[in-house]
Design a protein around this ligand. Structure first.
Ligand SMILES: Cc1cc2nc3c(=O)[nH]c(=O)nc-3n(C[C@H](O)[C@H](O)[C@H](O)COP(=O)(O)OP(=O)(O)OC[C@H]3O[C@@H](n4cnc5c(N)ncnc54)[C@H](O)[C@@H]3O)c2cc1C
Length: 364
């Protein structure tokens, strides 16, 4: 048996738990977290429930590491779409429109994402739009592919339920999975929190942005972690819009993206504000984001848009990119920025290899 404590129940913590339980029947997993997906409110940062979320890899054309990670995610979500409707993942066309201003800013060079090229382009149904498919006054070009929307709260609850299913029992000596609400100050504390009452063999750090508050994280690591604030509006979809639609602007910290969920809602965003930590949304930002809907997509009905909720979240970025690294009996898995859902399955594969390394080195 390998006793594993995962700190954090964001998408990374929960996906790690599921993967470790599924891949090795000898793993016993306890998630220790200050927040869970079913919480109504959270005083500290908890990013995953706020996300939209879709799959549109941010990897640059030479970033093979993240491309490989995101490919694993794309395939996994396609499996859920096909076989597990209860997972909360829905197929949607994903259409990007690049404004003339954004095109000019890029030196009038078309930026086709890596997943639109080579064999993967065929796999995800990628194609460039014909000029007749978009407003030539506003947009320079566009592309579309077979995308998806994840309803994050359903999805994370689904994964937790899958963990219980794999566990074999909900409590007692036969239960391989358990959850404990607790806030730790140091990762070293987490070794004492395994549900068996015995010291854990491995601790996996999935604390997202709050990793920078852990007392025993390396000081130089803490400096690398920073938030990128996002604001999204949840609205009733009485507009007629059916595809995920992304309008790329000539701004670094704002874009228009809209995700229609199967429950008849739209997620409308957004912004990418580096280092901004406030939950306050000023009127000017709200007006800019919502105003872009009618300006760029006048073919839909925006006059009676009914906003249900406004959500503010903090993407957990890290200088140097994702940290998936083992230090002795601790495995770190954080710093995934704006890509936690699309990258989660690829990240947890790598974590499982690091866990196996500990198991082999100590013959657990
Ligand atoms: C507006 C917005 C839109 C987004 N859209 C997308 C999208 O479309 N696609 C996509 O892939 N990603 C998207 N993201 C990014 C995605 O949400 C994040 O990358 C992801 O949620 C990060 O997950 P995480 O598990 O690392 O962190 P979190 O979800 O923040 O989870 C951290 C967990 O650790 C716990 N924790 C922290 N410190 C401690 C401690 N000391 N003791 C105990 N527990 C602790 C917390 O309670 C929490 O459970 C979006 C983000 C935002 C804000």
């Amino acid at each position: 048996m390998t006793r594993i404590v995962i700190v954090g129940s964001g998408v990374l913590g929960i996906t790690n738990a599921y993967n470790l339980l599924k891949e090795n029947p000898l793993n016993e997993v306890t998630i220790v977290s200050q927040n869970f997906p079913t919480d109504f409110e959270f005083k500290k940062v908890y990013t995953s429930p706020i996300a939209g979320a879709n799959w549109e890899s941010f990897a640059t054309s030479d970033d093979k590491f993240v491309q490989e990670i995101d490919t694993v995610g794309y395939r996994k979500y396609q499996e859920f779409i096909k076989n597990r409707p209860e997972a909360g993942v829905t197929a949607r066309k994903n259409t990007n429109l690049i404004t003339k201003e954004a095109f000019a800013k890029a030196g009038n060079v078309k930026e086709i994402p890596w997943f639109g090229k080579g064999k993967f382009g065929i796999e995800c149904g990628f194609r460039e739009l014909n000029k007749s498919e978009f407003d030539n006054e506003k947009f320079a070009y566009g592309f579309t592919f077979n995308g998806l929307v994840i309803r994050t709260s359903y999805y994370m609850t689904f994964l937790i339920n899958e963990c219980w299913r794999l566990s074999g029992a909900s409590e007692g000596p036969n239960a391989r999975f358990s959850i404990r609400r607790n806030s730790i100050k140091k990762l070293s504390q987490a070794f004492e929190l395994h549900s068996s009452g015995k010291c854990a063999d491995i601790v996996i750090n999935c604390t997202g942005l709050l990793a920078r508050e852990l007392e025993d994280l390396e000081p130089e690591e803490k400096k690398k972690i920073y938030p990128v604030r996002g604001v999204v509006f949840v609205a009733k979809n009485n507009t007629g819009l059916k595809d995920i639609t992304v309008v790329e602007l000539d701004l670094d910290d704002e874009a228009l993206y809209i995700m229609p969920r199967r429950e008849g809602e739209l997620i409308i965003g957004g912004c990418f504000q580096k280092g901004v930590e406030t939950k306050y949304v000023d009127d000017a930002l709200r007006t800019r984001i919502l105003g872009r809907c009618a300006h760029y997509l006048p073919q839909y009905k925006w006059d009676d848009l009914e906003i249900v909720r406004e959500q503010v979240g903090f993407r957990p970025y890290r200088e140097g990119g994702y940290r998936i690294e083992r230090k002795g009996h601790i495995v770190h898995c954080y710093g995934v920025g704006g890509a936690g859902f699309q990258s989660s399955w690829g990240c947890v594969e790598k974590v499982a290899n690091l866990v196996a390394e500990v198991e082999n080195s100590c013959k657990l």
